[in-house]
Design a protein around this ligand. Structure first.
Ligand code: CO8
Length: 261
């Protein structure tokens, strides 16, 4: 793995951890950081050692406090579109990764930070984390997918309330509206994320990957088409060694040893 200027990346026991590392700017996303995130994701995509990807922010104060305002202040529309495009590419790659991704939200999760978290599969937040889309207060609209992914998570009314007021909400409030799955004390954040990652990694890798795919691709289909799609995918799992192993191990009353084939 390369050494990056604005992020850290390591892989341990099957868990890849990508840490946005610009604590002096509360991990704000500038174009260099987005480019580095994109490069890391491209490596993660094909790295079979990474079973689960965790994305977090460096320090105790912020996950990501948004796109970098000092870079955006003097941008023209073409430059803004280029920045937004970089983020869209990176966030789209996160969404399409075969691995399950977990956002470990350790603090401020604002603007582009909330949009980054929302492109992950699961969000676990420290009780002290704050969420919001403050863009309208800067005279812009969310530009890294916030009007779309947040709306799909929490519904139009809540998304409009969050985006139009620009107000921050607590981690607990974010959980109540479905924007966060788990809330724990800050000191317990990475332990909780690790626990979830290990539960995921105990299961059949092909099945986990396929479940993510069916949920995401099925979300925009009508119910009947989605169910038909699920049936196809379900049937395909019977062609895997993991299915034979999982069911045999159950009947023989021992733990399964999946090989991901
Ligand atoms: N960009 C650049 N620098 C930032 C950012 C940011 N988003 N957030 C914080 N910083 C910097 C501050 O400027 C400050 O730097 P310095 O020490 O040099 O003065 C340092 O981080 C610490 O911040 P504060 O002193 O402000 O810390 P506080 O504890 O007082 O406040 C807050 C913390 C509440 C998080 C506050 O920093 C804040 O409101 N930050 C901005 C949050 C925000 O508005 N985010 C949205 C940005 S817009 C966005 O994300 C849009 C994405 C889509 C764009 C698409 C078009 C291209």
């Amino acid at each position: 793995m390369k050494n990056y200027e604005n992020l850290l990346f390591d892989v341990k026991d099957g868990i890849g951890t990508l840490t946005i590392n610009r604590p002096k700017s509360l991990n704000a996303l500038n174009s260099d950081t987005l480019r580095e995130i994109g490069e890391t994701l491209n490596e993660v995509k094909d790295n079979t050692d990474v079973k689960v990807l965790v994305i977090t922010g460096s320090g105790q104060k912020a996950f990501v406090a948004g796109a970098d305002i000092s870079q955006m202040v003097s941008m023209n529309p073409i430059e803004a579109a280029a920045l937004s495009e970089l983020a869209h590419k990176a966030f789209h790659t996160i969404q399409e990764l075969p691995q399950i991704t977990i956002a470990a939200v350790n603090g401020y999760c604002l603007g582009g930070g909330f949009e980054l978290a929302n492109s992950c599969d699961i969000r676990v937040a420290a009780a002290t984390a704050k969420f919001g889309q403050p863009e309208v207060g800067l005279g812009i609209v969310p530009g890294f997918g916030g009007t779309q992914r947040l709306t799909r998570l929490v519904g139009r009314g809540k998304a409009k309330e969050i985006i139009a007021t620009g107000a921050q909400i607590t981690a607990q409030e974010a959980k109540e509206i479905g924007a966060v799955e788990e809330v724990v004390e800050l000191d317990d954040l990475m332990t909780k994320v690790d626990e979830i990652a290990h539960k995921i990694m105990k299961n059949g890798p092909v099945a986990v990957r396929m479940a993510k795919y069916v949920i995401d691709k099925g979300a925009d289909l009508d119910l009947d088409t989605g169910i038909a799609f699920e049936t196809q995918m379900w049937a395909q799992t019977f062609a895997t060694e993991d299915q034979k192993e999982g069911m045999t191990a159950f009947l023989e009353k021992h733990g399964a040893k999946f090989n991901g084939k």
